[in-house]
Design a protein around this ligand. Sequence first.
Ligand code: C2E
Ligand code: MG
Ligand code: MG
Ligand code: MG
Length: 284
Amino acid sequence: EAKAKGRNTYHFYSQELNAAANERLFIENELRLAIKAQQFALYYQPQVDSRTQHVVGYEALIRWFHPTEGMIPPTKFIPIAEATGLIVELGAWVLQEACEFAARLALQGRENNISINLSARQFKDAKLVPLLASIIKKTRVPAKCLHLELTESMLMGNVEAAIAQLHQLKALGVSISIDDFGTGYSSLSYLKRFPVDILKVDRSFVKDIPDDPNDMEITAAIIAMAQKLKLNVVAEGVETIEQVEFLQNNNCYIVQGYYYSAPIAESELSSLFEKLNDRVELSP
Ligand code: C2E
Ligand code: MG
Ligand code: MG
Ligand code: MG
């Protein structure tokens, strides 16, 4: 009986593995076509100053609208694009698209700070700096509007090379954010060695405020540390007014999350501005 059970378990696993492998293969093949077929779009999630309700910038987040599968989330395809190297082409498209968006905002006189996620491979790529330099030149986006988001793990492998690459990027005039901060394993002393500008408090810490006292302590500590290091701090995944208030009480005013807006298409921006305007008018 144990043997039969073992075999069933094995069968079950191999079926699951097969399904996962097939899905992976499917995504990998489709990814190759999707750029040419223009199946990608950038969505933009506003970063709001909770004191004024003003949008101070946006994070660009990629979306894949597949003709038969519907929306495939980035968590499903970015790791595959990374593993296959397709991320380099896809990432170049993201940079170009995000800078064009920022340039359009500038023409409208809108605040146009844009945060762009970089993948590990893209960050290590020797062509990144010249590519970004040429995009900045062509789109005429002010470099100071661009915030490149990296994760702690991307900085940890070859520390000297990472520092050198950060200096080259910063020489273009862009800012550097550490995304998902607190989930990696960088220490305070490490962090000080990297020329970074912004810490983004990871959503996992914000999520359970105000119910989880540990998460509240950690969030407050990250904000205090950022201030000591003279870094700006942005909180991610802010969904409730209680979270906004907790963050305000701990001196973190720039927030990003569903409380203000999910990531939206560029065409939806005007209704977002109306909504935020109404909130300002309503508040005493
Ligand atoms: P991330 O950079 O940490 O982006 C934040 C994620 O949290 C986004 O998921 C966003 O939609 C989601 N989010 C924002 N506010 C809230 C909230 O209040 N509640 C909840 N539950 N979620 C919220 P998304 O768009 O699915 O992206 C997932 C990850 O995929 C990103 O995490 C980033 O690591 C990666 N990614 C997205 N776009 C790109 C890209 O253009 N290039 C690269 N290399 N990676 C990207
Ligand atoms: Mg990000
Ligand atoms: Mg994040
Ligand atoms: Mg993330």
